[in-house]
Design a protein around this ligand. Structure first.
Ligand code: ZN
Ligand code: ZN
Length: 87
């Protein structure tokens, strides 16, 4: 008896780098940012970041899509995971 054959293989999502089971992959499983984490000023119209007295004026680092300033911030978009096998 090989119990491993019964076990579903985990895959790695190429978008969020998390492992997932294909059987539990649904349209809200994957949280990701569609844009890059950038380092520049926020646009003045949509500023999420109040500069502190010691911060240079261009210190803001944030996701261009949603303004989240933490590189580990949960994604602002949801979708299903994409494995390296899919394309
Ligand atoms: Zn985002
Ligand atoms: Zn994912």
């Amino acid at each position: 008896m090989n119990s491993k054959a019964q076990q579903e293989a985990e895959k790695i999502c190429k978008r969020c780098r998390k492992s997932f089971l294909p059987s539990s992959n649904d349209p809200s499983s994957c949280h990701f940012h569609p844009s890059f984490f950038v380092c520049r000023r926020h646009d003045d119209q949509k500023r999420y970041y109040e500069l502190g007295p010691d911060d240079p004026p261009y210190a803001a680092k944030f996701y261009d899509c949603c303004g989240a300033e933490d590189p580990a911030a949960p994604g602002c978009q949801k979708s299903s995971h994409i494995s390296y096998d899919d394309d």
